[in-house]
Design a protein around this ligand. Structure first.
Ligand code: THU
Length: 135
């Protein structure tokens, strides 16, 4: 993927972190998703006093896109940003949602506080994914 596009996607993920609602963990996360037709959706983590009702940045972005009419396979690339020492990867619930809405080859760009970028993929993050209900 074009380096300029990757950097723009990562920048969008970093920029949206300011909108994170994370008063409990104080751990802001931002996400930016590039669609197959080259539009960008962003999302942040939205926490709740019940903790369990918290939504991660990745799912916020994905669910916004789906609410807008996007459907499985719409994700061309995804970037996740946090002010972390090490690269911030999506949690396992978000990985399962990615399996449904992206492809194993879809690039996932992880970042950390010093702005370095690590490229992985949905297939690498979720080997042996549960994808079909076969009986
Ligand atoms: N979080 C995300 O939004 N995305 C991730 O990839 C990991 C965790 C959020 C959930 C919670 O609001 C906070 O980070 C601490 O776990």
């Amino acid at each position: 993927m074009d380096k300029v596009i990757i950097e723009k996607l990562v920048q969008e993920a970093r920029n949206v972190m300011k909108n994170s609602y994370s008063p409990y963990s104080k751990f802001p996360v931002g996400c930016a998703i590039l669609t197959q037709d080259d539009r960008i959706y962003t999302g942040v983590n939205v926490e709740n006093v019940s903790f369990g009702a918290t939504n991660c940045a990745e799912r916020s972005a994905i669910f916004t896109a789906v609410s807008d009419g996007e459907r499985p396979g719409f994700i061309k690339a995804i970037a996740v940003a946090g002010d972390t020492e090490s690269y911030l990867p999506p949690c396992s619930i978000c990985r399962q949602v990615l399996v449904e809405m992206a492809n194993p080859q879809t690039p996932v760009y992880l970042t950390r506080h010093d702005q370095q970028i690590l490229e992985t993929s949905v297939g690498e993050l979720v080997p042996l994914a549960f994808e079909k209900m076969e009986m």
